[in-house]
Design a binder for this molecule. Structure first.
Ligand code: MTE
Ligand code: MO
Length: 468
């Protein structure tokens, strides 16, 4: 090739619109990605965030880019070499604060870290051990100094207060609640059989239950002066986390004021999980636990609480964790047309036996166990299991982990023995479905509840066994 063209950071920075061509740099390479913009899998807008500057910090945060394939493709757009000060800039590793993790976690993505609880633990432990509790991180784990950590409470009708960890543990009564957390995407993998969805391929393990302790949110809000007289102006309590993306935007979510204010709703600023300090992956030092509400609203690494007329405007409240008709797809979705998921639907799954398990031909019955859970504090009142495609059902024995009248925040484990019908083609299919206290139950198939983001899958859970 000809002589290598050299560009300074200032020259690259001029190429920041489609009109002037869009240039980006990676290490010492300069690339004209104008023609790639509309092919970027995350959308042109995302790539435009780096226009006229370096891709390096973005790739450091979103590790899916750092493959031979993507790097080679980028080389195809090379226009020259970066020189001067910009070429020597080091990118700080945003993942420098990640904790050590238990090797038995079922990893779905490394950076950011996402992993399921192993299934054999799910079906047998009422409380999920901290180190095996599923992890759902959208961003790198933030660095937090517990001694200087504080949460700021503010908003309409409140006096602004700043509470340290010591304040939380000494000024407020410690309240313990046993609660199930479930990711809105739990069991998303089954939707892909209907039609591909965007999101992590969660199996049945994006759920777990722990005993959380902390200060009641209602006590903290009262301390900041929120009372019955000011409450009319406030509809939502917003939360912000310390984890943030490259633009400095932090994770955020909100819950309705009615959930936040009532003592009976048990929302807490949790600093303990199963009697130990909250682990780093689960929001150390303090996170929100809003029992009965989907995991996404239980903000980790809590930094701010804001009383407001408005919902959280965060991406995760407004443009994610919502469900739509199966006819809505990425080209015609109107995110404002659907409410943010709060309480979740009734759910259950078979944890034992496992798909593909082999039974001897002479076996005439099988032990089945699993979990069932419903959002909003609704108890599980029945779990049915079928081995003949739903023609007949056996009612399982329930093992509720924690029961209080009208406040069933935790899952119910269940087990039963199922007589096996004759195997068809050497296979037997087990199905389970749960019924909650409102007599809501699970739909038979995922097709009718398919949604582009793959949330809230609660179709009958199936496990197919082989018979030899
Ligand atoms: N809070 C912050 N700050 N950052 C996050 O990425 N993920 C949310 C929620 N709170 C998240 C967060 C989602 S989607 C879920 S399902 C739960 O945390 C997961 O909690 P866990 O990792 O403790 O299981
Ligand atoms: Mo989630």
């Amino acid at each position: 090739g000809g002589p290598v063209k050299e560009f300074t950071g200032e020259e690259v920075a001029e190429h920041c619109t489609r009109d002037k061509r869009v240039w980006v740099t990676y290490k010492d390479g300069v690339y004209d990605v104008t023609d790639f913009l509309d092919m970027h899998p995350g959308g042109a807008q995302r790539l435009m965030l780096a226009a006229g500057g370096a891709l390096d910090p973005f790739w450091a945060m979103y590790a899916q880019h750092n493959t031979d394939e993507v790097r080679q493709m980028l080389e195809g757009y090379r226009v020259g070499t970066l020189v001067g000060a910009a070429a020597n800039q080091q990118v700080a590793d945003p993942y420098a604060n990640e904790p050590k993790r238990h090797p038995a976690l079922v990893v779905r993505s490394q950076q950011p870290f996402n992993a399921e609880t192993p299934v054999d633990v799910l079906g047998t432990s009422g409380l999920t051990p901290n180190e095996l509790f599923y992890v759902r991180n959208h961003l790198p784990v933030p660095h937090v100094e517990p001694a200087s950590w504080s949460v700021r409470v503010e908003g309409e009708g409140l006096k602004r207060v700043e509470l340290s960890l010591k304040d939380l543990t000494t000024k407020f009564k410690k309240h313990t609640v046993t609660a199930t957390l479930q990711c809105t995407g739990n069991r998303r993998d089954q939707f892909n059989d209907v039609k591909k969805v965007k999101g992590l391929e969660w199996g049945i393990g994006a759920i777990g239950t722990a005993e959380f302790s902390g200060a009641r949110l209602s006590d903290v809000l009262a301390y900041a002066g929120l009372d019955g007289d000011t409450i009319d102006e406030i509809e939502h309590i917003q939360f912000e986390g310390l984890d943030s993306d490259i633009s400095g935007t932090c994770y955020g979510a909100s819950i309705p004021i009615s959930k936040a204010m009532s003592r009976h709703e048990d929302v807490i600023l949790a600093y303990e999980m199963n009697g130990k300090d909250l682990p780093l992956d689960h929001g150390y030092p303090v996170r929100i636990i809003a029992p009965g509400i989907t995991g996404a609203r239980c903000v980790k690494w809590l930094s701010r609480i804001i009383a407001s007329k408005e919902e959280s405007q965060s991406h995760w409240q407004q443009k994610d964790y919502k469900s739509f008709s199966p006819s809505v797809d990425w080209d015609n979705v109107d995110w404002n047309s659907a409410p943010a998921v709060q309480e979740t639907n009734v759910q259950s799954a078979i944890c034992e036996p496992r798909p593909g398990d082999i039974l001897e031909g002479s076996t005439d019955e099988v032990e089945v166990r699993g979990y069932a859970y419903s959002g909003g504090g609704h108890a599980i009142v029945r779990v049915d299991v079928s081995a003949d495609d739903g023609e007949t059902w056996i009612t399982a024995e329930l093992e509720p982990v924690y029961n209080r009248r009208s406040r069933n925040w935790a899952w119910t484990l269940w087990h039963t023995t199922v007589p096996l019908p004759e195997a068809k083609d050497g296979r037997v299919k087990l199905i389970c479905r749960a019924v909650d206290a409102n007599y809501n139950t699970q739909p038979e198939s995922p097709a009718g509840i398919w949604n582009l983001r793959g949330v809230l899958n609660n179709a009958w859970h199936e496990v197919v066994l082989s018979i030899e």
